[in-house]
Design a protein around this ligand. Structure first.
Ligand SMILES: [Zn+2]
Ligand SMILES: [Zn+2]
Length: 243
């Protein structure tokens, strides 16, 4: 009974969203019947091999295994993937998604992540999908957490439970853009806390919109591991250039 109600609720929400926001291409904003217009589909460049075996940033040469960043820093997480580089149309689409209330884009991004990396997630034997949380304040201002919307799409597609409640952001960290790597990780120390009554069980897939240096994923992974998690993996829509 409860299950049936949930499914019904989801449908209603979807219909309402489509009514409020006619489907537009996330990359150019033109109205389109598809998830993405033909022109942008042709232009879209996915991150391909050779790429970093840790964070998936593209590498210049096949001989290297890790990017400059991952060669110098040990990460807490195991491995992760992003779809595209964070620049141009992708950057604009994510900006619209987060700051212009285009939460409908989560469907397209979720679908892309599923089709490119669904198999990888299955190999990783994930027990729980956890979105990187926003602080309560930021969540209130934005009205939604973009990472949570993505996590729900993936959870639905893969049949893996999503926990968007127990990992919380206890410190509202200042925008990360202006900081170097060291500033970022000290800024993120104690940014997250685990509020779950029980310990974390099994391997966790963390979801975020952008991966920059990995310090956010690492900070969250550290907290989860301290509370019993096994291996930590991540998926993001985009990834920044190497630092
Ligand atoms: Zn387009
Ligand atoms: Zn890397």
């Amino acid at each position: 009974m409860r299950r049936r109600r949930q499914i019904k609720g989801r449908k209603t929400e979807g219909g309402l969203l489509e009514l409020l926001y006619p489907p537009v291409c996330p990359f150019c904003g033109r109205v389109t019947a598809e998830d993405i217009c033909d022109e942008c589909r042709k232009k879209l460049k996915y991150i391909e091999e050779p790429r970093c075996m840790r964070c998936s940033k593209p590498l210049r040469s096949e001989e290297r295994e890790y990017c400059y960043d991952c060669e110098r820093h040990t990460h807490v997480y195991e491995r992760g993937y992003a779809l595209w580089m964070h620049c141009g149309d992708v950057q604009r689409a994510i900006y619209q998604f987060k700051y212009h209330n285009q939460r409908i884009y989560s469907r397209f991004f979720g679908k892309e992540l599923l089709s490119r990396y669904g198999q990888a997630v299955k190999r990783w034997e994930i027990t729980t999908i956890i979105p990187i949380p926003l602080s309560r304040k930021r969540r209130r201002i934005r009205g939604f957490n973009q990472a949570e919307l993505l996590a729900r799409e993936l959870g639905r597609g893969l049949g893996i439970p999503v926990d968007a409640k127990n990992l919380v952001r206890v410190r509202d960290t200042s925008p990360q853009k202006k900081m170097d790597a060291r500033g970022r990780s000290s800024n993120l120390k104690q940014a997250f806390a685990w509020r779950g009554k029980s310990r974390v069980f099994g391997n966790v897939l963390l979801i975020d919109d952008i991966y920059t240096t990995g310090s956010t994923i690492d900070a969250a992974a550290r907290v989860l591991k301290r509370h019993g998690a096994g291996k930590i993996y991540f998926l993001t829509i985009s990834i920044g250039q190497g630092y």
